[in-house]
Design a protein around this ligand. Structure first.
Ligand code: PLP
Length: 378
């Protein structure tokens, strides 16, 4: 069968690493997972209970933009987190933030247009853009800028810009004034801005700011996947400017009909589960402390300041020029799965690795012991 050119996207390497780890586990090995970017905890208890109580209801289609009470609840989160009064009409519930990207790109760009993004960055931005006949334009960022773009780095010939704070893989956070400067420069250049805020809530003292604090002319994307520990539930959201609501609604009606109803019921209850979410955060904070104490001792000492999310991005150019085979060697010899930087940066990622510390603390501690033994024997 003839295949489309736009369908020829690159694999998501971390998914391939997960598959290699799964095979090793099927052969009876115990693998420590530092590759996956997801909590190992279940959805908050009240979320699971809310779903259980709803199971005898029809759980049919909802309206395309999501349950009105959930949209109101999400708007309330903007008050809680940022002190913003957000009109719930601007909140669009989506099938994960991944679904939000598809809606945003469809609403904002025409085929052939160019969308800029920082490198290193979340790999699927680039691949979703390509699958939609859009052209990703990488902005190489610098370690001294915490791997975030500067306003004068923005290309003058692109129609869009994706910002991410905290970033994946870097974990670094854009300050409020940096968000203001970047969005102002993008507006000067006529670029539509999409701000990926999926790791908000997961910060270790640096705080976090929404692009909505500095402009309403932005698509803000977030999700229940990370802070609320609900990756597999596939429920996220997007905040759009007033004038875009109807356009996004029409696309959402046709592309998805609605986000999963069952997950929306659970997500609504999750919004109130602050204690559980904060308990998970305390675990990540301890994991992060262990990582920052021990990784440099074993030679992984060139790392981006991990201000948020649950990742450490390490420059391993002193150790290898081939992060793919280095990660494969670590999996083979240490039984620790880590992600090669090539997933995040097609140019410089052969010299970087990402370590995730989203697992339980005992797992992270054992992973660090194994990594230390591996590095000592090298
Ligand atoms: C930066 C970033 N954005 C978006 C996503 C997609 O998340 P989801 O579709 O589960 O909301 C991820 C997943 O790891 C991510 O790291």
């Amino acid at each position: 069968m003839r295949q489309s050119r736009r369908g020829q996207v690159d694999p998501f390497i971390v998914m391939d690493v997960m598959e290699a780890a799964r095979k090793a586990e099927a052969e009876g090995r115990r693998i420590i997972h530092m590759e996956v970017g997801q909590p190992s905890t279940p959805a908050p208890q009240a979320a699971r209970r809310a779903l259980a109580a709803a199971l005898d209801r029809p759980l049919g289609y909802t309206v395309a933009l999501g349950l009105p009470e959930l949209r109101r609840g999400i708007a309330g989160l903007y008050k809680r987190w940022y002190g913003l009064d957000l009109d719930p009409a601007r909140v669009v519930v989506t099938p994960g933030s991944s679904g939000a990207f598809i809606l945003a790109f469809s609403a904002l760009f025409d085929a052939g247009e160019r969308v800029a993004l920082g490198e290193p960055g979340y790999p699927s931005y680039r691949q979703i853009l390509r699958a939609m006949s859009l052209t990703p334009v990488g902005i190489p960022t610098r370690p001294q800028d915490r791997y975030q773009p500067r306003p004068d780095d923005l290309p003058t010939d692109a129609q869009g810009l994706i910002l991410a704070s905290p970033g994946n893989p870097s974990g670094t956070v854009l300050r409020r004034e940096e968000l203001a400067a970047l969005t102002a420069r993008a507006a000067e250049l006529g670029m539509n801005v999409i701000s990926d805020e999926i790791y908000h809530g997961l910060d270790y003292g640096a705080g976090f700011h929404s692009a909505l604090e500095v402009t309403d002319e932005v698509f803000v994307i977030n999700s229940f996947s990370k802070y609320f520990s609900m990756t597999g539930w596939r429920v996220g959201w997007m905040v759009v400017p007033d004038g875009m609501i109807r356009t996004v609604e029409r696309i959402a009606q046709n592309m998805f009909i609605c986000p999963p109803h069952a997950s929306q019921v659970a997500a609504l209850a999750a919004l109130d589960c602050v204690d559980e979410a904060e308990a998970n955060l305390a675990v990540y904070a301890e994991n992060r402390r262990l990582m920052l104490e021990r990784l440099p001792q074993m030679g992984f000492d060139r790392i981006a300041p991990p201000e948020g999310a649950f990742y450490i991005y390490a420059d391993v150019s002193g150790l290898t020029t081939d992060s793919l085979s280095f990660a494969a060697e670590i999996l083979e010899k240490a039984g620790v799965a880590v992600t090669p930087g090539l997933d995040f940066d097609p140019h410089r990622g052969a010299r970087t690795l990402r370590f995730s510390y989203a697992a339980a603390t005992a797992e992270i501690a054992e992973g660090l012991d194994r990594l230390a033994a591996f590095m000592a024997a090298r």
